[in-house]
Ligand binder design. Structure first.
Ligand code: ATP
Ligand code: MG
Length: 233
C-alpha cells in the first residue's frame, strides 16, 4: 500500500537550521493540514518558506515532530520518506537526465498509457522542445540538465511525475523566476484538476496560486504569524 495513504500532515514545534551549530531559520512551528487540503505559504523573501518545505522531508537539521498520517518522520527511513512524498523545489535541480520517460518513471514501473496520460494532463505535450521542431514525446531526450526546458516546464514535468506516482502529498516551491503565462496556466490547471485530491502545500509567489487555497500560512522571520482560511485572515 502506498504511504502516506491519506496525506494528513501534523507538525509540532518544528525548528530548523542549515548546520548543526548554525542559527535557527524556523522557530517552533505547529500546525495541522488535513487530507486533501490546499495550503498556500506566503511571506517575504528569507522568511523561511523554502526552509519549511525542506524541513518537512528532513533535508535540513530539524527539531520537533512531523507526522504524515500519524506516523512520525523520525521513525521513517529517509529514502522511503523522500520517495513517497513529492517535493518540487524552487529551482528543480538535477532532476533531468535521459529521456522524458526516464524522468517520469525512473524505475520502469508504469505502462505507456499511464505515462502518456500524465504528460497529456500536465500539458507537456503542448510544449515544444527548443532543440528540435517536434513535440515532446516519451523518448525526447531532455538530459544535459534540462537546459532546453524552462524552470516552469521542469516543474510541470515534476507535477506529471507526482501524478504517475499517485502521491497523496505534494510540496511545491513555486519558481521565483519569470514563468510565462501559458506555463503558469498549465501548472495551475494541474493543481486544480488532476491533483485536486492530493494534499498540496504550495509556496506561492503569485497571488493567483493562493486565491482559492483552503488555508494560507504566513511566515515572517522563521515564525508562523497566521494560519487560517483566506476569509479569516
Ligand atoms: P524566497 O522567497 O526568497 O525564496 P524563503 O522564504 O524561501 O525566501 P528561505 O530560503 O527559507 O526563505 O530562507 C530562510 C533563512 O534561511 C534565510 O535567513 C536564509 O538566509 C537562510 N538560508 C537559506 N538557505 C540557506 C542555506 N543553504 N544555508 C544557510 N542558510 C540558508
Ligand atoms: Mg524560497
Amino acid at each position: 500500500a502506498y504511504w502516506p495513504s491519506s496525506g494528513d500532515l501534523r507538525v509540532e514545534k518544528l525548528s530548523a537550521r542549515y548546520s548543526s551549530d548554525g542559527p535557527r531559520v524556523l522557530h517552533d512551528l505547529s500546525f495541522h493540514i488535513a487530507s486533501g487540503e490546499r495550503v498556500g505559504i506566503v511571506g517575504r523573501t528569507g522568511s523561511g518558506k523554502s526552509s519549511l518545505t525542506l524541513s518537512l522531508l528532513r533535508c535540513i537539521f530539524t527539531e520537533g515532530n512531523v507526522y504524515y498520517d500519524g506516523i512520525p518522520t523520525s521513525s521513517i527511513n529517509l529514502e522511503i520518506l523522500r520517495s513517497n512524498i513529492t517535493i518540487i523545489p524552487q529551482m528543480v535541480p538535477e532532476l533531468l537526465t535521459g529521456t522524458l520517460r526516464q524522468n517520469l518513471d525512473p524505475f520502469d514501473q508504469h505502462d505507456d498509457a499511464t505515462l502518456n496520460n500524465a504528460l497529456r494532463s500536465a500539458g507537456l505535450f503542448e510544449m515544444h522542445n527548443d532543440d528540435d521542431d517536434g513535440r515532446l514525446t516519451l523518448e525526447s531526450d531532455i538530459s544535459s540538465g534540462g537546459g532546453n526546458l524552462s524552470v516552469g516546464q521542469r516543474q510541470i514535468l515534476a507535477l506529471a511525475r507526482a501524478m504517475v506516482r499517485g502521491s497523496k502529498l505534494l510540496i511545491l516551491d513555486e519558481a521565483t523566476s519569470a514563468i510565462d503565462y501559458k506555463t503558469d496556466t498549465l501548472i495551475q490547471s494541474s493543481l486544480r484538476n488532476e491533483l485536486k485530491d492530493v494534499t498540496q502545500i504550495i509556496v506561492a509567489h503569485r497571488l493567483q496560486t493562493i486565491m482559492d487555497a483552503d488555508k494560507i500560512m504566513v511566515l515572517d522571520a522563521g515564525k508562523l504569524m497566521e494560519f487560517g482560511s483566506p476569509a479569516d485572515l
